[in-house]
Design a protein around this ligand. Structure first.
Ligand SMILES: [Zn+2]
Length: 278
């Protein structure tokens, strides 16, 4: 019997962020700057497309007054790829209809991951960890000090599918808790459909998202610079756990915001799976 899994992976770049490297690698020089891609992962399954993470809320960036309120610091600058909604623009580029996305899953509620939820509210189920959403909706405005903006997800029409720990999001897509970066951060293991044999490539991939922003977080096991309610050193344990998981499965472990790896892997998936067929 063939086990159904993911048939195609497409990486999206939903914008960029200019920030100090110390946001990604704890203890880096605060004067060293990075321009990091904002990730989205599109997965084709038997039931339709699944989207992991949704990028920025464009309104908070384009409206100068809202931008001053939500992004007051020059330290951190969000950048949008085009004049419209980054998700709609990326989907148009690859020829996927937004109505063909039947499920959204969020790694966490940070501004650069949950901002595009407004495109899906009331339309498709949204998977996240229960403790992430509970944190985001409590103790206002404390989460906002940690770049979790309530306006992005405090919408009663969102059809939440809340998990408590490891969970199968869809066939071939498993959420793995990697708490620390935020209280309910999760990473994703993607397993390709059994029909994918023979091309010699890996049978799946592990997407760390913000449990590990950069290759050096993974290779050198360096603490990440963003964390809530834990000490920086505690962010290394989820990295080690993901490394072990990836190596046990024989899957590559892909960091969430690496400016070299993301475009490289975008090409890799394009070469491996070819253009989206309509
Ligand atoms: Zn984050």
């Amino acid at each position: 019997m063939t086990k159904s899994g993911v048939r195609r992976i497409v990486l999206l770049t939903l914008g960029w962020e200019d920030l100090p490297k110390s946001v990604s690698v704890y203890g880096s020089s605060p004067t060293e700057r990075m321009r990091e891609p904002v990730p989205g992962v599109l997965l084709q399954t038997d039931g339709g497309w699944v989207l992991l993470d949704t990028g920025f809320n464009t309104a908070l960036i384009r409206d100068p007054h809202l931008r001053r309120r939500y992004f007051p610091s020059l330290e951190y600058q969000p950048l949008l790829p085009g004049p419209g909604e980054p998700i709609e623009e990326s989907l148009a580029e690859i020829g996927v209809d937004i109505d063909d996305i039947h499920l959204v899953a969020l790694s966490h509620l940070h501004v650069d991951h949950a901002g595009g939820l407004k495109l899906f509210a009331g339309r498709v189920p949204v998977h996240a960890q229960r403790r992430e959403v509970e944190y985001g909706l409590s103790n206002h405005p404390e989460p906002q000090r940690h770049a979790i903006f309530r306006v992005d997800f405090d919408d009663p029409t969102i059809d939440w599918r809340l998990a408590d720990g490891e969970a199968e999001v869809a066939p071939g897509i498993t959420a793995v808790p990697t708490y620390g970066h935020t209280p309910g951060h999760q990473s994703f293991v993607v397993q390709l459909d059994d029909s994918f044999t023979g091309d010699g490539g890996p049978r799946g991939y592990v997407f760390a998202f913000d449990a590990a922003d950069l290759t050096e977080n993974i290779e050198d096991e360096l603490a990440i610079g963003g964390f809530i309610d834990v000490d920086p050193e505690e962010t290394v344990e989820p990295i080690r756990r993901l490394k072990r998981l990836a190596s046990d499965l024989g899957y590559p472990l892909i960091p969430g915001h690496d400016p070299h790896v993301w475009p490289e892997m975008t090409r890799h998936f394009h070469d491996r799976f070819g253009p989206v067929s309509r």
